[in-house]
Ligand binder design. Structure first.
Ligand code: PSU
Ligand code: MN
Length: 304
């Protein structure tokens, strides 16, 4: 695969500095401008402070970029042109047609793996949507996690999903789910979900040992680290539930379906909580990027 690198990523590869992939659908579709640009910069900074180098991934004019220069990130954030939401299955069409778009968790896992990057930070993964028996909406993020050897750091699955079914689907995809300093699956805006996790680590070094076993010893696919969102901005689960129910009803009324559902619900939730979910989203993104940076550094140290 022909990959294009930013200057910073190219240098990091030369010098053997560990990389952390970042998704860009959160920039192009998930967050409003200019918060999206601020969030992207804050995540990149958090990765650097941990001693790794950030590699935001996107398709720009039909070319795959591992690491984006400032004007490219700005294009994705400003949204003055048509920007696609690129999951794995959209990549061939986007490349063939010279399109530009942000990559979701599935596409970012795929492209990170192609670039040899083993750690990737995001906000929340996609999963099994509520009402799945009616519409069969299950994110290809789950498929990608099972397939590509990348450790995905997140704050759990998006709270708008059916979390128990998402956990079951992760089991079916043979994806380990590991709580970071917690025994419970976080639910994105809240640190609790009521769902117990089987596995836990308390620091990046312990996480890195699992990466070595999964990638280097066993040669298996991806895995998920779930980090509770920062206390200061997290929201009570019951409040979030109320807003989700009404946001979902609104999506239904407006006939929103498929890949438009997630961006719609995220912006509805922000509107209904006068920005509280937005603040929580920004804080957890940076928090995840920090842990991902530490994980990449710990993994690189052990592999040397
Ligand atoms: N969670 C967020 N913001 C986002 C997403 C998830 O808080 O923007 C994006 C991620 O890129 C994820 C995608 O991979 O939504 C899942 O979309 P879908 O449900 O259509 O598979
Ligand atoms: Mn979907």
């Amino acid at each position: 695969m022909e990959l294009h690198y930013s200057e910073e990523v190219r240098r990091a590869k030369e010098q053997g500095v560990p990389l952390v992939a970042l998704e860009t659908s959160v920039v192009a579709q998930g967050l409003p401008y200019p918060d999206n640009l601020g969030a992207a910069r804050a995540c990149e900074e958090a990765v650097r402070r941990a001693g790794a180098v950030p590699a935001p991934i996107a398709v720009v004019d039909g070319q795959v970029f591992i690491g984006l220069e400032e004007p490219q990130m700005r294009r994705l954030a400003e949204g003055k042109e048509r920007l696609l939401k690129l999951a794995s299955r959209d990549l061939p069409v986007a490349i063939a047609q010279g399109a530009t778009g942000g990559t979701t968790v599935s596409a970012t896992c795929e492209l990170a793996a192609a670039a040899g990057i083993r750690v990737f930070s995001t906000g929340g993964i996609g999963g099994v949507h509520r009402g799945v028996a009616e519409h069969m909406d299950i994110s290809q993020d789950l498929w990608a996690l099972g397939r590509f050897p990348v450790a995905v750091v997140c704050a759990g699955a998006k709270s708008v999903l059916d979390l128990p079914k998402t956990l079951e689907a992760l089991e079916t995809a043979a994806v380990p789910v590991i709580g970071v300093g917690t025994d419970e699956l976080p639910s994105f805006y809240s640190s609790s979900s009521g769902l117990k996790l089987e596995h836990r680590v308390d620091d990046a070094a312990a996480g890195a040992r699992i990466l070595r076993a999964r990638f280097d010893t066993l040669g298996q696919g991806g895995l998920l680290f779930t980090v509770p969102p920062p206390e200061e901005t997290s929201l009570p689960r019951a409040d979030v539930e109320l807003h989700i129910a009404s946001a979902m009803a609104e999506a239904d009324r407006q006939g929103i379906r498929g890949k438009a559902v997630t961006p719609f619900l995220l912006s509805e939730m922000a509107r209904r909580t006068s920005g509280k979910t937005l603040r929580a989203n920004l804080a957890l993104l940076t928090n995840n990027a920090r842990f991902a940076g530490q994980l990449a550094v710990a993994y690189a140290q052990g592999s040397r």
